[in-house]
Design a protein around this ligand. Structure first.
Ligand SMILES: NC(=O)c1ccc[n+]([C@@H]2O[C@H](COP(=O)([O-])OP(=O)(O)OC[C@H]3O[C@@H](n4cnc5c(N)ncnc54)[C@H](OP(=O)(O)O)[C@@H]3O)[C@@H](O)[C@H]2O)c1
Length: 211
């Protein structure tokens, strides 16, 4: 498959590209400031221009980072919410809303949310809310996309690498996580949020289909 990965250099994107290329996929590497193409996904017009020039593709995976505000409720107003709205929410939504016009029939969109949608902590108000919106978007959009186009969300826990000492609560190894994206790409499911959290499961990847 020819797969667009937005945020290809990140904690999730780096290991993901390695796993996809190892499987023989043709990966188009995209980020704001480097890669095969540069794209700031906050900019609708830039997204449309990008899709016009990228050529034929079968999948889009969004793993762009620095996309939400993390802080206590007293510190949150419009500007703090807007960080999540403009990036993680509308950025990802526009990659789908605009991309549906260009993706090949039978193509796949994989978005990224995160475990905070389900597990609050003292700083999780913005990201938890935005993650839940991403999960809901895929559920609804999956019923409306034409030409057998599928859409799913991966919901990571806290991402750690092989060098990190502990695979503790709510953590997921970045290579194992990349394999979850790969499975979602190759499966027939649509409209699902796939949880990739390690929570009290003895270091094993906990993968589950929500609802
Ligand atoms: N890491 C975690 O523990 C974790 C846990 C749960 C959920 N998540 C979610 O997983 C996703 C990826 O997280 P991550 O930790 O892998 O992120 P990251 O390492 O911070 O990702 C950085 C990548 O995102 C690109 N990027 C940032 N802003 C962009 C923009 N406006 N337009 C296009 N590309 C942009 C960067 O490109 P440039 O370098 O060119 O700017 C870079 O390639 C996020 O949605 C995050 O909320 C992460």
């Amino acid at each position: 498959m020819r797969i667009i990965v937005l945020g290809y250099k990140g904690n999730i994107g780096g290991p993901l590209v390695a796993v996809l290329e190892n499987e023989g996929h043709d990966v188009v590497k995209v980020s704001r400031s480097s890669g095969d193409f540069q794209l700031d996904y906050r900019d609708e017009k830039a997204i449309d221009a990008f899709y016009k020039k990228v050529g034929s593709f079968d999948a889009v995976i969004t793993v762009a980072g620095r996309d939400g505000y993390f802080g206590p409720i007293e510190s949150i107003g419009n500007p703090e919410f807007r960080i999540g709205f403009d990036r993680k929410m509308m950025g990802q939504f526009n990659m789908v809303l605009i991309g549906q016009k260009y993706i090949n029939p039978g193509g796949v969109f994989l978005l990224t949310s995160g475990f905070l949608s389900n597990i609050p902590n003292p700083n999780s108000l913005v990201l938890g809310t935005v993650n839940a919106a991403v999960n809901a978007f895929a559920k609804h959009a999956s019923t409306m996309l034409q030409n057998n186009i599928r859409i799913n969300v991966i919901s990571p826990g806290v991402v750690v690498t092989d060098k990190d000492p502990a695979l503790g609560n709510a953590r997921v190894n970045s290579t194992e996580l990349a394999k979850v994206y790969l499975k979602a790409l190759e499966s027939e499911i649509t409209g699902q949020t796939i949880r990739a959290w390690n929570i009290n499961y003895n270091g094993k990847l906990y993968r589950d289909l929500m609802e």
